[in-house]
Design a protein around this ligand. Sequence first.
Ligand SMILES: Nc1ccn([C@@H]2O[C@H](COP(=O)(O)OP(=O)(O)O)[C@@H](O)[C@H]2O)c(=O)n1
Ligand SMILES: [Ca+2]
Length: 465
Amino acid sequence: MVTTYKSLNSSAATKGKKLSAETATLSYKMDYEPSFLRTLFSLILVSSLLDCVLSEVDAFPDTKTWFENLLPSTMCIQNASIESVYGIMFDAGSTGTRIHIYSFTQKYPDQLPELRKEIFESVKPGLSAYADIPEQGAETIRGLLEVAKDAVPSSHWKKTPVVLKATAGLRLLPEKKAQALLSEVKNVLEESPFLVPDNSVSIMNGTYEGILAWITVNFLTGQLYSQSKQTVGILDLGGASTQITFLPQSEETLEQSPLDFITSFKMFHTTYKLYTHSYLGLGLKAARLATLGAVETGAVDKQIFRSSCLPKNLEAVWEFGGVSYRYGGIENGESGFKSCYAEVLRIVAGKLHQVDEIKGSTFYAFSYYYDRAADTNLIDYGKGGILEVRDFERKAIEVCDHMEGFTSSSPFLCMDLSYITALLKEGFGFKINTPLQLTKKVNNVETSWSLGATFLMLQSLRISN
Ligand SMILES: Nc1ccn([C@@H]2O[C@H](COP(=O)(O)OP(=O)(O)O)[C@@H](O)[C@H]2O)c(=O)n1
Ligand SMILES: [Ca+2]
């Protein structure tokens, strides 16, 4: 693997030490060729190849119901020369925008293509911070496209599809502002030399976000093409929304869950009936706003939002979604875990659907679960690890009851850890000893929905040689 970093400010290399860098650019390149990935992407690409030949036959008929609006319209393109196929996926998240450039190779015409390399870069803040200046938001995309121009040979630009999917940050914006951003972004993509399919710029439904991340993780852990089909559930904690997705084993779960929590789709000749839900407004940063009581009021110039989850003497300004909030602790008032936990509990109490069987299931947890665990040395930033729910609680108590030790660099640490504990325990209803696999990458590939989305994009475009 080759890893290079540039423009480091808040990055994989520094995150463990530096907690509150909100404006940063991270860039790294990864080369990998694990054999199971070759198998996996061979399966994917062979499916695409077959689909191109048999263009009347939809290989994933049931998927239509749930990814109808997610994917660009179907077409058969001559995507690449005999040796290379590329795909570009933008993840426009609430806290940052990321580009994933995947390349696949086909060494011989009669051999199947292999995933060869992923190039990843990100910028902060996310698009929603540019709600009032959409042209400038779109400029961040132009900058990331330069990375793609370097990564993809110019001879392949015209044949390489580029897609952007926005998540909770844009979902929370007023429709007009979100559409203005998307329209500026679309213009920038169209000015690029890459292939811009129909519906290439959109706000992704939260259901897809959970399912695509589940596909990614279960591909990467080998579950989707193993005989045993022992799939793992996923927990994604973003800035503005959070997702839970798993394959129910119990009939009771299927029968007792709200209808829109269960989604069926077919892949590799197996039909999966997944439990998935995205809770908008329960991402880590949205939960901060809710705890501070700033969701309804918005930022009012002179108002300071206070919480017992913050150091008593703290007064500072926090920016989220392009809005600045003044916030601080309660001077001469309460602070510490007990009072903080009561505050964050109000955000989750009675708001989430609970399922009994998750108590005994295996879940992969990433995004802010991972970041906060690494920030507090519960796990190694590079390696991840297995934690129990009570480990978050223990760390929350430790941090909240000694807040003077965690001031300027991490003012929200007590609140974040308390919120994560409350979300897992009281929100989803996990037991205190439920194990969670904290994982940022599996075999050097990010555990994010973008790989699942790229897979379906290639499938939809019927990439072939
Ligand atoms: N490729 C990615 C993208 C986001 N993330 C994490 O996702 C979290 C931020 O979520 P986000 O900005 O995507 O927010 P949402 O739009 O998903 O609510 C942070 O913990 C990031 O480190 C990641 O670990 N890898
Ligand atoms: Ca996300």
